[in-house]
Design a protein around this ligand. Sequence first.
Ligand SMILES: [Zn+2]
Length: 117
Amino acid sequence: MHELAVTESILSISEKYAKENGASKVTSINLVIGRLSSIVDESVQFYWDIISKDSLCYQAILNFERRSAVLKCNVCDHEYEIDTSLQPCPACGSPNIKVISGEEFFVDSIEIEKADE
Ligand SMILES: [Zn+2]
């Protein structure tokens, strides 16, 4: 995954939201990252500090929430959650599994400050 492109999209989503809501600045942004996403928090933060300068998002805090991944076994239909990397089915031991969720990455909410408040 390319963190710079991801970070740029977080910035454009946040700027758009801030402008539509008459914000004087963005104070924090809550991000959800699936456990199986290859996005590295530190890389996003690194790019964020650079590209958010001269924007309404300057010094906004990025909060990262890692969601558990949900997998389903193709052999016995067992569904299970994991907090680490991919693991075979705990019920039957089969490695024949599919990912139900865990690869997502999105902006969950944005907190702003208004000029006259
Ligand atoms: Zn199974």
